[in-house]
Design a protein around this ligand. Structure first.
Ligand SMILES: C[S@@+](CC[C@H](N)C(=O)[O-])C[C@H]1O[C@@H](n2cnc3c(N)ncnc32)[C@H](O)[C@@H]1O
Length: 343
């Protein structure tokens, strides 16, 4: 025990390592970030990271070609804060988190939600999934039919925004535990098909388990990034998405991909968070705000512009401004509900 403590304090007894830990108190980082932040070459950084790993302060995960470092766990975070170690606020160039780190942070957070380790996305911890779903447009019947798939993560009910017909192919972007996919699957019936795409392995596992539990054989969940859809061009009648695109770094790519996979005259129903007042750079790189669907959101007019640039015509169905008070502690934002048409 004494030896462990000695290793812990020795690991922290260095300016570069304190900088690394301070950055990680703010959010996870790719190994490649630390060189610029600490002003040291990569070999020196690797040596410092090894010491922090051996002291049990850090851990890392491989995410594609990136190695992402984080603090060991929440207890370690608390211990470091109690030791008086401060977050390094200016750790990201321009104070913005890079796209790959942002995706990793989102994946980690939604993985925890899928496993039941955390309740909700962090926007409104005091509300239950049922309460949230009831307030954003789901009927009691929807909620009770698929209660295990409703994790209270949406900001609207895309299947209620327009008609979805029997026999159609529906694609759900960021399908989570499958709530909207199952509602769509009931509408398209046995002759139709629903494909859910999500990048978080734990969410996919939960959605697949739910599909089996609820007896759906017309729903398929695919692992993938909605910036690069694992779906054939021109094969889908309806794309839908519920409170997901705000989490994605390159929103233009998402809309271009949705446009690509839709059949001619295909349509998209979506609800998403947009901002009515811009955030500070610090808010934009705040891990909690990003995962709570706020930090990555665009200003409303910018959001609508990139949709038009992707080739869609837009009909605004509804703008839920009240959601700001109900779920987002008064942040200047709204839930935008849209119908998009290709062609
Ligand atoms: C706020 S939850 C919404 C889940 C679901 N649409 C609902 O309403 O219950 C966001 C989901 O999007 C997924 N997601 C975020 N970014 C993604 C990306 N780039 N590609 C695929 N899935 C992503 C997350 O893993 C998570 O399951």
């Amino acid at each position: 025990m004494t030896e462990e403590k000695a290793r812990f304090f020795k690991a922290l007894g260095d300016r570069t390592r304190l900088t690394i830990v301070g950055c990680l108190l703010k959010h996870d980082h790719c190994a490649c970030d630390f060189s610029e932040i600490a002003g040291k070459d990569q070999t020196t950084i690797s040596r410092h990271l090894k010491i922090l790993l051996e002291a049990g302060i850090l851990r890392y995960e491989k995410d594609g070609r990136y190695v992402i470092y984080s603090l060991q766990d929440d207890m370690m975070k608390e211990t470091l804060e109690k030791c008086g170690i401060k977050k390094v606020d200016s750790c990201c160039p321009g104070s913005l988190m890079d796209a790959d780190t942002k995706k990793h942070v989102v994946k980690k957070n939604y993985g925890k939600i899928a496993l039941g380790m955390v309740q909700g996305c962090g926007c409104c911890d005091d509300l239950s999934g049922e309460e949230i779903a009831g307030s954003i447009g789901y009927s009691n019947e929807d909620i009770s039919s698929f209660s295990d798939a409703n994790l209270g993560l949406g900001c609207g009910n895309p299947t209620a925004l327009g008609d979805i017909h029997e026999g159609e192919v529906v694609l759900d972007l960021g399908s989570g535990a499958g709530f909207d996919s199952f509602l769509a699957a009931r509408k398209v019936g046995k002759t139709g098909r629903v494909i859910g795409v999500d990048m978080t392995a734990e969410m996919l596992a939960k959605a697949r388990e739910n599909a089996e539990k609820y007896g759906f054989d017309n729903v398929e969940f695919r692992q993938g990034d909605i910036e690069d859809l694992p779906v054939e061009s021109g094969s889908v009648d309806v794309v839908m998405s519920n409170c997901v695109i705000n989490l994605v770094p390159d929103k233009s790519r998402v809309f271009r991909e949705a446009h690509r996979v839709l059949k001619d005259n295909g349509r998209m129903y979506l609800s998403d968070i947009v901002l009515l007042k811009d955030l500070t750079p610090e808010e934009r790189s705040d891990e909690k705000l990003i995962c709570a669907c706020v930090g990555g959101a665009l200003m409303k007019e910018d959001y609508l512009s990139i949709i038009r640039e992707a080739g869609f015509t837009i009909r605004i169905i509804d703008e839920d401004k009240d959601i700001s008070k109900r779920q987002y502690s008064g942040y200047p934002l709204e839930s935008l509900k849209l119908e998009l048409r290709k062609g």
